[in-house]
Write a protein that binds this ligand. Structure first.
Ligand SMILES: Cc1cc2nc3c(=O)[nH]c(=O)nc-3n(C[C@H](O)[C@H](O)[C@H](O)COP(=O)(O)OP(=O)(O)OC[C@H]3O[C@@H](n4cnc5c(N)ncnc54)[C@H](O)[C@@H]3O)c2cc1C
Length: 398
């Protein structure tokens, strides 16, 4: 063991001693600290505990926590969940539990269905179930404030909701802190500055609603927002918009409500929940961040979000890879960064490929089967759909 290793161990031991006898902030030691209890963090934790590592998840919100998300599990997500976590708890599913298609609505009043073989879930319940099933130590209401990477590990400073500070020392840090990742901002501030940021807004209403359930309704009306969508879940109407940087999400939602409510005859609706978050698309510009030597960035934090804003499948997959690489690197006594960047390449390519317009429309095997959907449309609607998609595609590509 090198002198540096010994001295940092000595410092940590001294710190712990001072904490116990001198009243400093408590300290936790673990193999892998995971920031974020979303699908990426829980998947990473599951892989770590399965391999016998001590994993600690730090989540700033109280679990269960809501997250702006339609909650559609595409076949890749369903597969990974089943392999990695087993059968999902029944209360995770919404009613109806299956989503058969994305119905594209056009200004002409016509519509076309793009098949999806998806499941509809509630994110607060799915993520709480993932947390529990991960078998990791879960510290919710614990926010990571800062971190410092050293030769033999990463030191984290966290704050609990009661104001208490907590220090965590881990051999590896897995950052799964979502789209607007604080970790990535600290690792690579210039990359964060280069990205175009959108604001997603989701509103859930109790109302009498005549929107057909079992479908994800997408409104190809770029004048409203980049991505106006609506669907029915447990009898509630959920509406979403993604606002461009020069637009306001609340204005986009007002435009969407004006359009949709008139169209489906909603007179009165009671707002149940409003959720928002910042969203960016790293793939078109190749602006991914997978971390450093001892910090592995996974899930949406790394930029793994596909063209349709579908990110659970890559969050689960990348988290699992981060967990497995952590185990291998600890076993071999090497730092995990390089191995992770190699192993994550397939997921990265998969995300990038969804931003290829031709692949998206004409290749089978995507989560959204455009090829099949286009076949049932007449030529006019095919052209209209392709044009609308291209518009959205170019807007997202910046
Ligand atoms: C409107 C909308 C609809 C979507 N619909 C779908 C869909 O239907 N299907 C799909 O697959 N994807 C969808 N997505 C994308 C999907 O929600 C995300 O890609 C996915 O949640 C990413 O998972 P993650 O684990 O990487 O991050 P997240 O799920 O965002 O989890 C990150 C966690 O980290 C925590 N955190 C952040 N910072 C800290 C900190 N400093 N300390 C401690 N904790 C911290 C957060 O509180 C959060 O719980 C949608 C996104 C949006 C915006």
């Amino acid at each position: 063991m090198s002198k540096k290793h010994l001295s940092s161990r000595f410092l940590r031991a001294t710190r712990y001693f001072i904490f116990v006898y001198g009243g400093l902030s408590p300290m936790i030691e673990c193999d892998v600290a995971i920031v974020g209890a979303g699908p990426a963090g829980c998947s990473a934790a599951r892989e770590c505990t399965r391999r016998g590592l001590k994993a600690v998840i730090l989540e700033k919100k109280r679990i269960p926590r809501h997250k702006a998300c339609s909650g559609i599990l595409v076949p890749d997500s369903i597969r990974t969940l089943s392999e990695h976590f087993g059968d999902m708890a029944q209360d995770v599913f919404a009613s109806p539990s299956h989503v058969h298609a994305m119905r594209m609505h056009f200004p002409s009043g016509n519509a076309g269905d793009i098949p999806i073989q998806g499941l509809m879930i509630w994110r607060d319940r799915l993520d709480a179930w993932l947390c529990k099933s991960s078998q990791a130590v879960v510290l919710d209401e614990t926010k990571m404030l800062s971190f410092k990477e050293g030769i033999d590990g990463v030191d984290l400073l966290c704050i609990k909701s009661n104001g208490e500070l907590l220090e965590v020392h881990s051999r590896i840090l897995i950052a799964a802190d979502g789209g607007a990742s604080r970790t990535v901002k600290q690792i690579d501030p210039s990359l964060t500055a280069k990205l175009t940021w959108y604001v997603a807004l989701q509103e859930t209403y109790a109302c009498e609603c005549h929107l057909e359930p079992g479908l994800f309704h997408f409104f190809a009306f770029p004048g409203i927002s980049l991505y106006p969508s609506a669907y029915v879940k447990d009898g509630l109407l959920v509406m979403e918009v993604v606002a461009q940087p020069k637009d306001k999400a609340t204005s986009a939602m007002a435009r969407f409500k004006e359009h949709l409510w008139r169209r489906i005859g909603i007179q009165q609706a009671c707002l149940i929940r409003r959720l928002g978050c910042r969203v960016t698309y790293a793939a078109p510009k190749g602006l991914f961040c997978f971390g450093s030597e001892r910090i592995l960035v996974s899930g949406e934090a790394s930029g793994l979000l596909n063209f349709f804003g579908e990110g659970i499948s890559s969050a689960l997959a990348s988290g699992r890879i981060a967990g497995s690489v952590s185990f291998e690197s600890i076993r071999q006594g090497v730092s995990p960064g390089r191995l992770y960047r190699q192993e994550i390449e397939t997921e990265k390519r998969k995300t990038v490929s969804t931003f290829n317009y031709k692949t998206l429309l004409f290749q089978e095997g995507n989560a959204f089967n455009f090829k099949k959907g286009l076949q049932v449309l007449n030529w006019r609607e095919r052209v209209r759909l392709s044009k609308n998609l291209l518009k959205w595609f170019l807007a997202v590509k910046g």
